[in-house]
Write a protein that binds this ligand. Sequence first.
Ligand code: FES
Length: 125
Amino acid sequence: MPKVTFVKEKKEIEVPAGANLRDEATKAGVPVYKGLDKLVNCRGFGLCGTCRVLVKKGMENLSPKTTKEKVNFNLHPLGMMAVIGHEEEMRLSCQVTINGDCSVETTPDLNLSGENFWQKPYPNK
Ligand code: FES
């Protein structure tokens, strides 16, 4: 059975292969939503983008990114902000099928204080 490690909570659980990451986290009492998002979310339909997780290890053991994830991270304003600097490792937990061991960070912060494209110095100065 695949093992999922939640790094923030320092919790490791075993899940059946093919399980959904959001469902398993919820069953284990690991929050995938922040604040009001616990109440206001799309309930796992891949539309709201509030169940984001950062995959720290084992991306190769997870299902490929779905179209809903690609749309959310490229067209939804909050999704676009959230994915900056984490383009490869950000996933929507409701869209992830677990096929092997992985390590994830739930409720990742937005990367607003890191170096972003709009913070880089003007090229001719
Ligand atoms: S719960 Fe809305 S995108 Fe995952």
